[in-house]
Each structure stands twice: as C-alpha cells, then as structure tokens.
Design a protein. Structure first.
Length: 198
C-alpha cells in the first residue's frame, strides 16, 4: 500500500475497483478486505455497512476523477469550448468505463430498497445541471437548464449503451458522437448568435 494513502482511502479505492470490475451484488466485504489488506475492524471503523462503503467509493472516486478534471474547465474563457470539453470528457468516460453506469444503477437500486429518497443522487445531478446550465446560458441557448438536463440524459444514454450492450463501445464513433452532441445542444445556437451579430 502507498504510505501516503490513508487506510480509509485505500479501502475506498479498492472497493470502487472491485465494484466496477464485477458487481455490487457479487463483491463481498471479504473480497475488499483481502485486496485492500485491511481488517474488518478498520473497514467498520470507517463504514457502517457495504452499501455505505460502495456509495462513498462511487462519489469519492467520481469526484476525484471526473469533477476534479472538470474543474480545469473554469480556466477556459469561451463557454462553447468549455461545453465541448465537457462533452468530450463525458463521452470518453462512458466509453472507457462501461461498468461505471451499471455500478451507479446498482447503488440507486440498493438505496431504494433501503428506503432512501435518492437525495444524494439528485444533489450530484443538480451540481452538473447548474454548471452546464450556466455555460449554456452564456452561449445564448434558450431554456439552458432544461437543455442541461437533456444533455446529461443523452450522455447517460451513451453510458447505458456501453454498460448493457456488448460491443457498443466498438460500434460508437466517439469523434462523430462528440461533434453531433455539441451541434444539437450548442452549435446551432452559437452559429445563430454569430449570424445575428454579423
């Protein structure tokens, strides 16, 4: 284990790796402990159950790997370029990590069985709706927050295809897909805005 990584972080990373390479339902606490080199005491010191561990691992790694990279977009002045980069990264993430969406759906299903209201997932989504909606508004896209919801739903659909249909990632043409998504949600409006100002 890397000495600069805390035992808690090591457990979270190991759990995420196992849950996304297999399934929430088939990975056991013992599987995680064996691979992380941790004791049950260490795990249950930080997490009360498997579901809590799985949820925290999902949100933490996504926060580091995805939201962390998206924060780099703040340095890009042009909102249309920021949206294109967001789309590019999201499509790449969906294609490169086909089991990520399956893991997210398993967690949502498990949360529902436990009687949770899904608030943490809605908060997670709302963060992206607000961020994308603001960028779309800067591009003069009408109904920017509704369009942000639709854009995220389109990106989720790509994740669902790669998660549940074998070979879907091979059939997708990422470069064309990225261009078309941008055109549908932003390109038509930015071209129209340019024409109005010429």
């Amino acid at each position: 284990m890397n000495p600069s990584v805390s035992k808690r972080d090591q457990i979270l990373r190991t759990a995420f790796e196992l849950f996304t390479s297999s399934s929430y339902h088939t990975v056991s606490i013992d599987d995680i402990l064996g691979k992380a080199g941790a004791s049950k005491g260490a795990l249950f010191h930080h997490f009360s159950n498997k579901y809590e561990l799985a949820s925290e691992s999902f949100l933490k790694i996504l926060d580091e790997e995805w939201i962390g990279r998206l924060s780099d977009l703040e340095s890009v002045a042009n909102p249309a370029v920021r949206i294109q980069k967001f789309i590019d990264f999201s499509v790449d993430m969906a294609i490169d990590n086909p089991k990520l969406m399956r893991f997210a759906l398993e967690l949502m299903e498990e949360g529902e069985k436990r009687g949770e209201d899904g608030e943490q997932w809605r908060d997670f989504l709302d963060h992206f709706v607000k961020m994308l909606g603001a960028m779309l508004a800067e591009c003069n896209v009408p109904n920017p927050y509704i369009k942000a919801e639709l854009l995220l739903a389109s990106l989720d659909a790509i994740s669902l295809q790669t998660a549940f249909f074998k070979g879907a990632e091979a059939a997708l043409e990422p470069a064309l897909l990225k261009t078309e998504i941008f055109e549908v949600f932003v390109g038509n409006y930015t071209q129209r805005s340019k024409g109005e100002h010429e």
